[in-house]
Ligand binder design. Structure first.
Ligand code: MN
Length: 472
């Protein structure tokens, strides 16, 4: 399980009695948060740090501990912040500065100077906050009594984002083929992506996948078809097309497992050795948490995997999406989101049907795919663009709605949503921000997750929500 170190700052001026109380309070606070976070993360109490050497030691330990995804810092008393400089320069994990107290209320009848000296985070956390700002450390600051549900929920969100950042730093993305010819928004600086987010994005010829086909047996394919029959309705008699996709899925499973990949891209322009564009196969891979970006879109593939990881302990769904077409009925404007094939079945509101239809692009056989109507509820769509000297995240809050009418002729899975605050403001803001057509859609995480991810990774964020005003 992901671990968060709970580090409490103090100094050695207060005497033994005070420090015993500091240790006691911080330990029970860490234990409370550990329980409250459940299976999201384990909160590990660390002994109070009193001087520069101890701070260097615990920051070095947090930085080197592979299971530690972040640290929570809290100054129970005053902790002179020059002592923190060297340790904070070493710390390479996301930080949450928890501005709280051991006591919720003031004991008005008993309060004396001893109480004041022990419970002075109002004072000590300001000293600590100053040095973090002076050092330019990106961190989350959460203020409030640590048992309050809103405070716990923000710490939980930090744990989810920090866990996703740790995952991101180890993420490998396979690009089968390159970026689709001439397309701008899906391209990007892979070196900078690795420096900032840790993504190792490398090209693999599709032949690396094709050569795995030889070792796949009919029994393996039949077993996979059996799985499909349990989960989906077959709306096609073209079993050979479905078997072809099952073969791709088995090969992809092996490829990502053996190579340690968390995401991949493909492109219809490079399908040598494949009879079909992977459709059902890629939908299934996404359903297993593997990130995907179409047409060589490595940024969306990586972001998809990272946001999957972020929402993994939450209800809701996350996957690759594309803004396709609109219903422009006045006041009822809707976006229809879909892709040529590759919408994740995690978005299915109805039992997916396996259908086989021609694909007007890529010049291959008719691919099998899952077709379904999408879920409803609040969500976010997120796009990452490369602006040349920086990455930008564009995030829009949306309301997923039931499609107003059936679309029996549409051969792909589809979702529909309303933009916030309204169609023209939302889309104009998106276009002004340079947001692309490929996105990650999620109902598991919210705009606050994206804000925090942007903050902790130093990424520019353009948020489109109910407060967005028309840019005209
Ligand atoms: Mn596309």
């Amino acid at each position: 399980m992901d671990k968060l170190y709970f580090i409490t700052g103090s100094q050695d001026l207060y005497g033994e009695e005070t420090l015993v109380k500091v240790a006691e309070d911080s330990r029970s606070m860490a234990e409370y948060l550990d329980k409250a976070l459940g299976d999201v993360a384990e909160v590990i109490w660390k002994p109070t740090v009193l001087n520069s050497d101890q701070i260097i030691k615990v920051c070095t330990q947090a930085s080197a501990d592979q299971e530690c995804v972040g640290v929570i810092t809290w100054m129970h008393t005053f902790s002179p912040a020059k002592m923190w400089i060297k340790g904070l320069q070493i710390l390479n994990k996301p930080m949450l500065h928890l501005h709280t107290q051991a006591n919720e209320r003031l004991p008005y009848d008993k309060i004396d100077m001893d109480f004041m000296n022990l419970n002075q985070s109002a004072h000590g956390d300001r000293e600590f906050g100053f040095i973090c700002t002076r050092l330019g450390i990106a961190r989350e600051v959460v203020a409030g009594y640590y048992e309050h549900p809103e405070v716990v929920s923000r710490i939980r969100r930090f744990a989810e984002v920090a866990g996703a950042i740790a995952f991101s730093r180890n993420l490998k993305v396979a690009m089968f083929g390159n970026n689709m010819r001439e397309v701008a928004v899906t391209d990007g600086d892979r070196v900078e992506s690795q420096i900032r987010y840790g993504w190792e994005v490398n090209y693999h010829p599709i032949g690396d996948l094709v050569k795995l086909f030889d070792e796949i047996t009919d029994e393996q394919i039949d077993a996979r078809i059996g799985e499909y029959r349990d989960l989906y309705d077959f709306a096609s008699d073209d079993i050979s097309s479905v078997k072809e996709q099952a073969k791709y899925e088995i090969a992809l499973d092996r490829f990502v497992t053996e190579g340690g990949f968390g995401a991949y891209t493909d492109t219809f322009q490079d399908l040598y050795g494949l009879k079909q564009l992977p459709g059902l196969a890629t939908q299934r891979m996404q359903g297993k948490g593997i990130g995907f970006g179409a047409e060589g879109d490595y940024k969306t593939a990586a972001l998809n995997a990272v946001l999957n990881r972020m929402g993994t302990k939450r209800d809701g769904a996350t996957g690759f999406m594309e803004d396709y077409t609109y219903d422009l009925t006045p006041g009822e404007e809707l976006v229809l989101g879909a892709h040529m094939l590759e919408v994740s079945p995690v978005f299915a509101a109805t039992k997916p049907k396996i259908e086989v239809h021609p694909l007007g692009i890529g010049n291959r056989e008719d691919p099998a795919r899952l077709v379904f109507d999408g879920i409803q509820g609040d969500g976010v769509v997120i796009c990452m663009v490369d602006l040349g000297d920086r990455f930008r995240l564009v995030c829009a809050k949306v309301k997923l709605v039931k499609q107003p009418h059936p679309m029996p002729q549409l051969p792909v899975a589809r979702l529909m949503w309303k933009l916030v605050p309204d169609f023209s403001t939302g889309t104009e803001a998106w276009l002004n921000a340079g947001g692309g057509h490929h996105t990650v859609l999620s109902t598991a995480i919210d705009a606050e997750h994206i804000r925090l991810f942007a903050k902790l990774t130093g990424t520019e964020l353009y948020m489109i929500d109910e407060n967005t005003v028309s840019g005209r």
